[in-house]
Every structure is written in structure tokens, then in C-alpha cells.
Write a protein that binds this ligand. Structure first.
Ligand SMILES: [Zn+2]
Length: 294
């Protein structure tokens, strides 16, 4: 059974790779760190100043997935998207929000202030190098509040660039039938593990997926709309939510396609967006003197 799965995994991986059209733009790398200085300038021009910042974290992913799983997966999706709709992709960035997994081995949880400062200095430096449109591509649910907050606070001071956030993708319409409950398939479960089977099958230990429970422990009863930070630990103390064991390369290929398509769509929309920067500049101008007659 496992061998058959491996064979079909390889078939799916191969089809995902083959599905990428070989465009002329593939001749220049989408990887920031692989470009020469001169080629970097060409790349920024080709990307129309649009850059992707795949955003992950280092944390446990159940008993069967690698610590860098989110970053590996979001980079897989971002790099494939950038090859399809050219953009420059920033190197590995794993400085996100992950306090809720500090009790698990291998988690790297930078302080709250540093998360924001490092991200700001990173986008400032990207912009100084010509990335005037930066799409932070989120790969980790624990960043779902951090990244919109970061983008929301950009108007604090004038900037000559725009930050966009591409949130985690939805499940997508259609696709293979699910084998586990989508409601609790949240972390290291069927969908995420399936995606990993496509992005880095060599790092997935499916045979270990049932060594721990990913069930919802439901230890905290609060009404809807009332939030507290320990909610995740209350529900999933193993930092595992769902059933990774039922993952499949077919669902992985579907999830990968859905994610890549979403990033391509975002990149095209951002390239076409001439409004955000103009309104930002207008806003900064007005905020300098709110009482000025107009
Ligand atoms: Zn995560």
C-alpha cells in the first residue's frame, strides 16, 4: 500500500512539474538569492517592481512533518506562481508568530517586537531595491492576525511602496473527496500533509502520523466572538489538528494548484494596481496637515 502510494506520489509530482509552462521568463531566476547584481536589476524590471515574500515559521507539525513545513510549502507555491507570472521571490523567511508552540521541540519564537521590526526592515530594504509592490504570502495560520496588522499599520509613516498580504488559500472548489472532517483539519492534518506530499515528499513520514492524536480536546468553553490566546493550546495541545495519515498526493496536487493559482491571481492584480500607491501618497500628504483647507 505504502509503495503504491509512493509510486502514485511520484506520478503526481511529475505532473505538477510538467504542468508548468516553459516560458521565456524562466531563463531568469525568480530566486532573489540566485541572481547576480546586474540580473537583479533586470529581474525587478521584468517583475514590474513586484516581489513575493513567502512567510513561514519553524514549528512542530504533528509527529510526521518537518519543522519548516509551512515555509517549504509556501515557497513551493510561491516559486511556481512566480515562474508563471514573473515576480522576484525573497529568500527563506521564517520569523513569524509562533508563541503557541513554544512547548514543542524545534520551535523558534521571536519576540513580538522583533517580528514587526524585522518584517518592516525587510520590506523597507526590498523597496529600496526596487520592490515597490510587495506581496507577503502567508504560509502559517499563526500569522493570520500578525500580517494584516502589519499591513494595516503601514500608513503610520510615508512609504514609497505598497504591502499586500495574500492570506492562506481556501480549500478550493471541487477536488478529491476528503477522508477526514474539514472542520478540524487545521494543522498537520489531511490537507496540509497532502500538500507536503507534493512539495517535499521526502520529508513526510506518513507512517508516524498516528503516533499522536490530532483530535480537538475542546478544553475551553467560551462564547463565539470572545477571544483569548490560549485557545489553540486548549484545543490542540499536541500542536497537531486533524489526521495526517489519510493524506493523499491527489489532494496535494489539487491543493497545490489551488494555492499557485491564488498567488498568480494576486500577482496579476497587484501588477495592475495603480491606485493603492497613488492613494497612499495622497493620504500621507493630507495627514501631514489635517487642518489644511481643501
Ligand atoms: Zn503553521
Amino acid at each position: 500500500m505504502f509503495k503504491r502510494l509512493l509510486v502514485s506520489m511520484h506520478a503526481v509530482c511529475a505532473s505538477v512539474v510538467w504542468a508548468q509552462p516553459l516560458l521565456a521568463q524562466d531563463t531568469i531566476s525568480v530566486h532573489w538569492e540566485e541572481l547576480t547584481a546586474a540580473d537583479f536589476a533586470t529581474a525587478i524590471e521584468r517583475a514590474e517592481g513586484t516581489c513575493l515574500l513567502p512567510f513561514g515559521v519553524l514549528e512542530k507539525h504533528g509527529p510526521h512533518l518537518p519543522l519548516g513545513n509551512d515555509l517549504l510549502n509556501v515557497r513551493y507555491a510561491s516559486l511556481n506562481a512566480a515562474r508563471q507570472e514573473y515576480a522576484v521571490v525573497f529568500p527563506e523567511y521564517y520569523f513569524g508568530q509562533i508563541f503557541e508552540a513554544k512547548h514543542q521541540p524545534g520551535t523558534v519564537a521571536y519576540s513580538r517586537g522583533l517580528q514587526l521590526q524585522l518584517l518592516q526592515e525587510t520590506t523597507d530594504e526590498m523597496a529600496r531595491n526596487g520592490c515597490k509592490k510587495i506581496i507577503v504570502v502567508n504560509g502559517h495560520g499563526g500569522n493570520n492576525s500578525l500580517l494584516p496588522y502589519f499591513a494595516q499599520t503601514q500608513p503610520e509613516t510615508p512609504r514609497d511602496y505598497v504591502v499586500y498580504v495574500r492570506g492562506l488559500p481556501g480549500a478550493g472548489e471541487g477536488g478529491p473527496a476528503r477522508r477526514s472532517d474539514p472542520a478540524t483539519d487545521m494543522h498537520g492534518g489531511e490537507r496540509e500533509t497532502s500538500m507536503s506530499l507534493v512539495a517535499r515528499p521526502d520529508l513526510v513520514h506518513l507512517d508516524r502520523a498516528e503516533q499522536e492524536s490530532g483530535a480537538d480536546r475542546a478544553r475551553l468553553a467560551l462564547p463565539d466572538g470572545l477571544y483569548t490566546g490560549i485557545w489553540w493550546y486548549a484545543r490542540f495541545p499536541n500542536h497537531y489538528a486533524g489526521q495526517g495519515a489519510v493524506a493523499s498526493p491527489e489532494l496535494g496536487a489539487f491543493s497545490a494548484r489551488t494555492w499557485i493559482d491564488a498567488i498568480v491571481e494576486a500577482t496579476r492584480a497587484v501588477k495592475a494596481d495603480t491606485t493603492s500607491l497613488r492613494l497612499q501618497q495622497e493620504f500621507y500628504e493630507r495627514s501631514r496637515n489635517p487642518l489644511a483647507p481643501r
